[in-house]
Design a binder for this molecule. Structure first.
Ligand SMILES: Cc1cc2nc3c(=O)[nH]c(=O)nc-3n(C[C@H](O)[C@H](O)[C@H](O)COP(=O)(O)OP(=O)(O)OC[C@H]3O[C@@H](n4cnc5c(N)ncnc54)[C@H](O)[C@@H]3O)c2cc1C
Ligand SMILES: *[C@@H]1O[C@H](CO)[C@@H](O)[C@H](O)[C@H]1NC(C)=O
Ligand SMILES: *[C@@H]1O[C@H](CO)[C@@H](O)[C@H](O)[C@H]1NC(C)=O
Ligand SMILES: *[C@@H]1O[C@H](CO)[C@@H](O)[C@H](O)[C@H]1NC(C)=O
Length: 373
């Protein structure tokens, strides 16, 4: 019923791609406009390149996020069942805490409620220095492959895409301000759309710095520094809660024996590349919390130089005061009003809330389009 309606999605990170796929499936004619795409070299302007990523709910006090994460988990589980080759796997995860304060207890109770096979660890199972913990199975997403999977799924379902860095959303619908567009992929023969969309979906993550009709001043980066290790022998994830509030986390990937070791959560820190002192700290804490990250036969000395580091990474999580923005506004350009559906500000939870957010955004889209009829 929406066949002839053109919808524009801005952004091709995990949120933009998932939303564009859902909008296509709802029958809209969808075009993505983005500066970066999954086939590009990783760049600091797209958070999705840098995520681990796992699904460990962080929505202890945010009811909307809790719902988005729960919906996303069911959709991922169904996807794994229907398409066993999708680059997402189910593995065991452990939580270890060095202190059992109220903050950890609240998070642990929440996690116990979110994952059906959660089990508190028995004291005999806890390593030295750890006072409590839990274990459950969850999903681990092989990020580089998964982003390519989403892009392929979008294009093969009839979606179109153009590469462009937009100074604002209005520039997209104003011919004289519109930067030149390049068809994506470059070999495709995409014809330009009509530039009179029924609605625009804003999935620009932290794009606030560059994308300003009205800048959302509630957005800020939470810098995440992580390492990619070669450690094919690792088969379960870990979150280790340190006494000083730091977190060490380990996320196994499906391919090439890669394992993520993180990491930092640094609000308002824009520094785009790794810092030597942080790398050293991540390694030291990593081998203390999870000695098996070291290669078999080289664990005795607990020497950080024995870790097989493939890459030092930094990404900027698009965090928003007040949480994800999933709502409708409108933009008036040359006396014409366009509905804008916002879907950004997912912070450290963009993968684990991606499908739930996409569904929510497409429901908003349907409601604005209906009201316009
Ligand atoms: C180290 C690290 C670990 C993480 N681990 C996890 C995890 O385990 N689980 C989890 O769920 N999440 C995790 N995250 C968070 C997750 O990566 C983000 O929440 C998610 O990637 C946000 O996706 P997005 O599509 O909203 O934004 P982005 O991925 O940043 O995409 C934004 C898109 O908008 C485009 N864009 C922006 N401005 C413009 C413009 N002006 N013109 C044209 N295009 C524009 C960009 O080019 C890009 O295509 C992690 C993040 C980091 C950094
Ligand atoms: C989608 O939009 C393009 C460009 O405006 C148009 O050529 C195409 O026919 C549209 N497809 C549908 C199914 O409406
Ligand atoms: C689109 O999202 C960005 C955040 O990435 C925000 O700053 C901007 O105001 C939004 N655009 C419009 C037209 O509301
Ligand atoms: C917008 O509408 C006003 C009043 O109807 C008119 O004077 C003006 O020329 C219009 N502007 C544009 C850009 O169409």
């Amino acid at each position: 019923m929406h066949e002839n309606l053109d919808v524009f999605v801005i952004g091709a990170g995990v949120v933009g791609l998932s939303t564009a796929i859902r909008a296509l499936e709802a029958g809209f004619n969808v075009t993505i406009f983005a500066e970066t795409f999954p086939t590009d070299p990783k760049s600091i302007s797209c958070a999705s390149f840098w995520a681990g990523a796992n699904h460990i709910s962080v929505a202890t006090t945010n009811a909307l996020l809790h719902r988005l994460e729960a919906d996303t988990l069911s959709i991922f589980l169904k996807l794994i069942k229907d398409q066993p080759l999708v680059p997402v796997m189910i593995r065991l995860h452990k939580e270890h805490a060095e202190v059992s304060g109220p903050a950890y207890q609240q998070q642990s109770d929440h996690v116990a409620h979110c994952y059906s096979d959660f089990r508190a660890l028995d004291s005999s199972e806890l390593p030295e220095g750890v006072v409590c913990g839990g274990t459950f199975s969850t999903i681990f997403i092989d990020v580089p492959k998964y982003l390519l999977y989403l892009m392929d799924r979008f294009l093969s379902s009839g979606g179109r895409a153009f590469r462009v860095k937009l100074p604002s959303v209005s520039a997209l619908v104003t011919e004289k301000d519109r930067p030149s567009l390049a068809a994506f992929p470059a070999t495709s023969t995409n014809v330009s759309p009509s530039f009179d969309p029924a609605a625009v979906i804003n999935c620009t993550g932290l794009g606030a710095v560059s994308l300003g009709d009205v800048l959302d001043t509630n957005l800020y980066p939470t810098r995440g520094e992580i390492l990619i290790l070669h450690a094919p022998w690792i088969n379960h994830g870990l979150t280790h809660h340190w006494e000083d509030g730091h977190i060490t986390y380990v996320i196994p990937r499906q391919s090439d024996g890669r394992v993520i070791l993180g990491g930092t959560f640094q609000p308002d820190d824009w520094y785009p590349t790794s810092r030597a002192e942080t790398v050293k700290l991540i390694k030291e804490r990593g081998i203390h919390a999870y000695p098996e990250l070291l290669p078999p036969g080289r664990r005795e000395n607990r020497d950080i130089n024995d870790l097989e580091v493939i890459e030092e990474c930094v990404g900027l999580r698009p965090t928003r005061k007040g949480g994800v923005r999933l709502e409708v506004s409108s933009l008036t350009v040359a006396n014409k009003s366009y509905p804008i559906v916002h879907n950004y500000g997912h912070g450290g939870a963009g993968y684990q809330s991606s499908w739930g957010s996409a569904k929510f955004a497409v429901d908003l889209l349907k409601s604005v389009v209906k009201n316009d009829d």
